[in-house]
Design a binder for this molecule. Structure first.
Ligand code: IMP
Length: 425
């Protein structure tokens, strides 16, 4: 088991604050690798007084000593990736030779976005980011997708586009021309060609040399296509297992799985959310602006709710989380009464199992334990021992209930607003 690598994985529905933890750990990592998802993800990093927004490029690119990887399990929208690279250029962040894309990654085409938009207008809408993520993964599973490998081969790209565009036009009732897409994507190929490399081999070699690797999860465990709140999920494997399948890395190469959870719960898009704030509880909680709960990719207001231990234990088990990062504890600073869901009442019985059936999840009634709030600011606190007694109690309760130690607590968006309980990586 390598102790030189760490996987950072969201334990809820995404937006847990992985971006901040990834940024902190990137300072110590030599290699940072993204395994799944695409530009549906988004995080904002404030560094050197400037705000940087990332969707597909690992934010570790801000540290000049790192090499960053976009794995074979991701879906790449070349237009959006090139725009991200342009932003980096403008900010004078040198990335040549430090960013590598796997030839196995699948490409998003305009017809994927059109299909995503079409589905979102119908009865099957789930509130996607409309970035074409689902339709691209659908093509991958149906074995008709087009990968970065084909992008770099003019003949293969031409043949695949000819076949796919005809089929997509039928499905969409559109008149896209494969020749236009061939021109557009050939231009992208020229720009991206220098960045395509043997990601899988390089990560294996780095791991053999015991160099420090950070595996960057995107979205969250409950958005996983298999174990999430299906069908209100994204289309990739978002839990720790996805690191292996999405980067071509063996499970023995993951040294530590750090699960990231907010001190409460949020979700964007549709789908069941058992602990969502009731009308009655809403005034107890800071609003979306005060709690910084507005989506980085789509600008949507996130739905908010109490911490859900049934959901968290489900996610911890799926990931085999070794430790936890508790994010945004400061948002609870002025909440007089804090509720934590310890079980679900379903069909007259209390259960601590997370149900697989959507209809059951919609029916469950959360069973809450109520804790007194600490009603004092925590954002200036740097050591666990200095937290107010009620906040310490909240964290210790969470550790007891999950059986997993907390290794860091975040009390504000800035890098320094972090309480390290245990050094990682
Ligand atoms: P898609 O990934 O765009 O297909 O969207 C599917 C579901 O995942 C929707 O509910 C989205 O809101 C959600 N989702 C996708 N990416 C993220 C993310 O990075 N954070 C939070 N939710 C996400």
């Amino acid at each position: 088991m390598s102790q030189h690598s760490i996987a950072v994985i969201g334990l809820q529905w995404g937006d847990e604050g992985k971006g901040k933890v990834i940024d902190l750990l990137s300072a110590r990592a030599q290699h940072i690798a993204r395994a799944q998802g695409g530009n549906n993800a988004g995080h904002t990093i404030v560094a050197g007084g400037k705000e940087h927004r990332f969707h597909l490029v690992p934010s570790g690119i801000l540290y000049p000593h790192t090499t960053c990887y976009i794995g074979g399990g991701t879906v790449v929208d070349p237009k959006s990736l090139i725009a991200e690279l342009e932003e980096l250029k403008k900010s004078k962040i040198a990335f040549a030779g430090r960013l590598l894309i796997s030839a196995y990654a699948h490409l998003i085409f305009p017809y994927h976005k059109l299909l995503d938009e079409k589905t979102e207008k119908g009865a099957g809408a789930i509130g996607t980011t409309k970035r074409g993520i689902g339709p691209c993964y659908t093509d991958k599973a149906a074995r008709v997708g087009i990968r970065v490998a084909e992008l770099l081969s003019p003949e293969a790209l031409r043949a695949a586009l000819r076949r796919n565009v005809e089929e997509k036009n039928r499905e969409l009732g559109s008149h896209l021309k494969w020749e236009d897409l061939l021109d557009e994507y050939s231009r992208y190929a020229e720009i991206l060609f220098p960045f395509v490399g043997p990601v899988e081999d390089l990560l294996y070699e780095a791991s053999s040399r015991k160099e420090k690797i950070l595996f960057e999860g995107a979205q969250g465990t409950l958005l996983d296509v298999t174990f999430g709140t299906y069908p209100f999920v994204t289309s990739s494997c978002t839990f720790a297992g996805g690191i292996c399948s999405g980067l071509g890395v063996g499970p023995t190469k993951i040294g530590h799985v750090l699960g990231i959870a907010k001190a409460y719960t949020t979700r964007v898009g549709g789908g069941p959310f058992p602990t969502e704030l009731s009308e009655e509880d809403r005034p107890l909680f800071p609003d979306n602006v005060a709690s910084r709960e507005i989506g980085a990719t789509t600008g949507r207001l996130r739905r908010m709710g109490w911490l859900d231990l049934v959901l968290l234990r489900h996610a911890i088990r799926l990931n085999g989380s070794d430790s936890l990062a508790v994010m945004k504890l400061d948002i609870l600073d002025n909440v007089r009464e804090i509720k934590v869901c310890t079980g679900y009442r379903l069909h007259g019985k209390v259960t601590d199992r997370f149900p697989a059936l959507l209809e059951d999840l919609e029916l469950v009634e959360p069973v809450y334990e109520v804790f007194p709030g600490w009603m004092t600011p925590t954002h200036h606190i740097a050591a666990f021992g200095d937290l107010p007694k009620e906040a310490k109690g909240y964290i210790q309760y969470l550790e007891r209930q999950t059986g997993v130690p907390v290794s860091l607590i975040s009390v504000g968006p800035e890098r320094e607003r972090t309480i390290w309980v245990k050094q990682l990586l």
